[in-house]
Design a protein around this ligand. Sequence first.
Ligand code: NAP
Length: 314
Amino acid sequence: MSNPELVVVAPDLSDRERAGFEAITPFVHLNSQEDAVNLSAQARAAVTAMAVKFHGAVGGDQMDRFENLKTIANFGVGYDQIDVAAATARGITVTNTPDVLNDDVADLTLAMMLAVARTIVDGDAWVRSGRWATGEAMPLNRKMSGASVGIVGLGRIGQVIANRLGAFDMDIHYHSRSPKDVPYTYHADVVDLARSVDWLVIALVGGKETEGYISREVIDALGAEGVVINISRGSTVDEGALLDALEQGRIAGAGLDVFLNEPRIDPRFLALNQVVLQPHQGSATVQTRVAMGDLQRDNIAAHFAQRPLLSPVN
Ligand code: NAP
């Protein structure tokens, strides 16, 4: 029997995902990229498509191990772990799963904002601890509706976040590389944006180009009433500067779904009360994970049917 043309690298492959790939072509399922590069030379030579569902790096040296590889289908809209320039140089097309997760990521953004503003986590602990029952009054919290908010990166997800913020009557500002046809206030300079708002929502792409985009200067410009919400990638924020500012009370709080070195995040975060921490679960609903898997599968199906790929990024 000939070797499969498809490799699926996924530590957690659902039954639906497995069945979806099976309906297209026989495949090899592996838990890690390391397992993939260690396949026999014969097995690697047969591979024309790879479906990946993990956050580990996929670099040019790994691509070189698969001389006939033409498509890498990523599970997720962010593909900063894949060296796309290296893929392009080798004639490999990378696909991602855009749009199907916008709602969930935007919902979690608003949930984190409300959790920080209205101290939802503290409120829950207050009730459970019995302090409310003894008549003790919880400290007052903060109004979010009507406040000023800046979105850094008004892309697909940033736009959907803005739609939701509009329902909270927020004064919406944004920074992107160029102004868009939207009724929000544009700032060509991200420091200027931070200076103009109290809430800063980061919805940028990750990767080298945006590393440390939310710099010490941006965080300082946000000021003592400022709250940083990050649903993009840990790499977009100067994490040391953010931790310093939070510890020193130079900004008011943060809501973070993504971190450097996740899931083993900097322990300094754990001591901060005014920060809501989430385990990178922006798109992690049952419904959206199904939609992401379906789109990844459909890209793989298009590859094998020699049809145009649905969501190429290069
Ligand atoms: P998108 O539509 O491509 O939007 C990305 C934004 O990043 C755009 O506004 C773009 O600016 C900006 N950008 C790109 N390159 C830049 C650069 N070199 N300098 C400055 N700005 C740059 O992407 P999306 O679908 O909204 O997704 C955004 C990111 O969210 C993903 O890449 C992923 O990392 C993250 N994400 C996180 C989760 C989670 O679970 N927390 C889930 C899904 C996605 P322009 O407007 O100027 O082009």
